[in-house]
Structure formats: C-alpha cells, structure tokens
Design a protein around this ligand. Structure first.
Ligand code: ITT
Length: 207
C-alpha cells in the first residue's frame, strides 16, 4: 500500500485514541491523519507482548510493513491498579474477556477492587501510554507517558472512553469523563507521551 510520506497512520482501531492524537497534532502539517479503519483489509496483529512497549511495537510494525512509505504511530495503553498488583495493565482492553466492552471491563474492575476492600488512597492507579513510531517496516522511536490518580467508587461522567469514568487524576475531584477534553488533553498519559513525539517531530531530520 503506497501512501505519501506526509501521511500519518495511527495504527489503531480505537477512534477515541485517533481523535485525541489528531487533536494534539493540529500544529503539524500532515497531509492527512488516518487510522486503521481506513484499511479494512489489514488484519490486526495479535497483541502477544507482556509490556506496553512490546505491544505498541507489534502494532506499529504490522501497519508499517503494509504501508512502508507512511509514518506510522502506534499507541498501547492501559490502567494499572496498585491494589490489583498492577492489573489490568496491558490487558486493559481485554480485562473482562476477548470481546469485552468498555462497560464490561469497568464493571469487572469495580468488582475486583471492591473485593480487596481498598478505599480512598488505597485505590491508587495510573494510566500508562507507550507510543512507537515506525517507517519502512522499522521501529524508529518510542515515547512513554503516565498519569497518577485513583479509581473512584462508581462510574461518573459521560465523556471519554475506556476507564475514564472511573479514573480521578491526582489533584482533581472529578473523573476524566467529567473533566473537559481540554483538561484531559493537558495532563493524560497519552498527552505526556505525545509531547515527546511532538518534540521529535520538530527535529528537521525526523520530518
Ligand atoms: P488498538 O489496540 O486498536 O489501538 P485498543 O483500545 O484495543 O485499540 P489497547 O490495546 O492499547 O487499545 O488497550 C487500551 C485500553 O486501555 C483501552 O481499550 C481502554 O480501555 C484503556 N485506555 C487506554 N487509554 C485510555 C484513556 O485515555 N482513557 C480511558 N481508558 C483508556
């Protein structure tokens, strides 16, 4: 598949991720920013890694091998809950099973956390994001970001996706789903990794 080099392909099927990433790149002049929904014939690779880094690289290389001319950006992310020994972590999207919905995953998280008896600060957690950049079938850079917070006792808010309605970032009283998109975009795990990617993009040799 041949694409102009000024195209950024976000190697994801998660439209929420694409939306957040595209909004953070508004200052850059990509001819287009697209994701894998535009390439329905590409079979998603199995995420067999045990770290965010490994899974981000698997996704980046699979897309880059199919579109060697494009700049590819893959995001692997998830939530680590201390009272659950860091779970669901890399299994965040599949916590309640292979075909689990975000709602299934949130319900399982609340049930498991309830069973530990953890309250207040003992419900500490963090979102993590690892980005891998690839071109020509090779991983050429990677960046990470995290945001600390706690898991609330119940779902609150309508915005965002995934575990946003359960996650209260440190220094706030509301969940990511209650806070505005701008507030989340100013402090999220993805935003922190994207700041590093944007610094990389600003280097002339990386354009
Ligand atoms: P792709 O693999 O196609 O990119 P995915 O949603 O399956 O899409 P991951 O494997 O990286 O992506 O799983 C990340 C999961 O972690 C995601 O489904 C959410 O449940 C959660 N997650 C990641 N970032 C999040 C965020 O900003 N807000 C809420 N939940 C998030």
């Amino acid at each position: 598949m041949s694409l102009p080099s000024s195209t950024l392909v976000v190697a994801t099927h998660n439209a929420h991720k694409t939306g957040e990433i595209a909004a953070m790149l508004s200052e850059f002049s990509f001819q287009s920013i697209t994701d894998l929904k535009a390439f329905p014939n590409l079979t998603p690779p199995e995420e067999t890694g045990t770290t965010f880094r490994e899974n981000a690289e698997i996704k980046a290389l699979a897309a880059s091998n199919a579109m060697p001319d494009a700049l590819v950006l893959a995001d692997d992310s998830g939530i680590e809950v201390d009272a659950l020994d860091g779970r669901p972590g890399v299994w965040s999207a599949r916590f309640a099973g292979e075909n689990a919905t975000d709602a299934d995953n949130r319900a399982k998280l609340l049930t498991e956390l309830e069973a530990t008896g953890a309250r207040g600060k003992a419900r500490s957690a963090r979102f993590r994001c690892v980005l891998v950049v690839a071109r020509g079938g090779e991983a050429i850079a990677s960046f990470d970001g995290a945001v600390e917070g706690i898991v609330g006792n119940e779902e609150k808010g309508e915005g965002g996706f995934g575990y946003d309605s359960l996650f209260i970032p440190a220094g706030h009283c509301e969940t990511f789903a209650q806070l505005s998109e701008e507030v989340k975009a100013g402090m999220s795990h993805r935003a922190r990794a994207m700041e590093k990617f944007k610094d990389w993009l600003r280097e002339p040799e990386n354009r």
